[in-house]
Design a protein around this ligand. Structure first.
Ligand SMILES: [Fe+2]
Length: 182
């Protein structure tokens, strides 16, 4: 069963793998690592599907950011004596599949841009929640070095989310709204 491979699935399973907060932090970081890996594959498709050059550029820039996020997670896991590969983030797989559906749907380019932003902001909010929790766990464990790494990525996800809001409000949504008037 696919859900059994997620951190939550494992928590509900028979094997106790979440014995302490350190275990939980490792699992959260492995889950985020899987999320970032999936996003690295998805962002070029989203950039290609975007019509507005600003949105394309934003997706391309976030691809570069995401590669850095993945590296930070590798470093954080290393610092905890763990390595990535133990988890598949099913939530990110679902979010990306919704994004792909938009990317491959026929429609007005401006409306599709507004839809791509809506999908991308769901991804950002998911990551903001994940990094926020993991950073807080790291702080509680006295691992300020790891908390700092996670905070840097969290800050970038927040900035990306704000940029997407700005693109939506200043151009994508108004352009999509014009279609309704025609
Ligand atoms: Fe990220």
């Amino acid at each position: 069963m696919a859900a059994a491979s997620s951190w939550f699935g494992k928590m509900l399973g028979k094997t106790l793998t979440l014995g302490n907060l350190n275990d939980l932090l490792v699992q959260q970081l492995e889950d985020l690592y899987s999320a970032e890996e999936q996003l690295i594959k998805a962002l070029p498709k989203m950039a290609q599907a975007a019509s507005s050059s600003r949105l394309k550029t934003a997706f391309e820039a976030h691809l570069q950011d995401t590669m850095q996020h993945k590296q930070r997670l590798e470093k954080a896991l290393q610092g905890l004596g763990a390595k990535p590969g133990g988890e598949k983030c099913e939530a990110m797989a679902g979010l990306i599949s919704e994004g792909n559906e938009i990317a491959t749907t026929l429609g007005d380019p401006d409306v599709k841009d507004a839809a791509l932003i809506a999908a991308a902001q769901r991804v950002e909010h998911y990551e903001i929640a994940g990094y926020g929790c993991a950073r807080t766990f790291a702080r509680r464990l006295g691992r300020d070095d790891i908390a700092q790494l996670l905070q840097e990525t969290l800050q970038n996800e927040v900035e990306t989310d704000r940029l997407l809001t700005e693109i939506a409000e200043s151009s994508a949504n108004p352009a999509a709204a014009e279609i309704a008037k025609e």
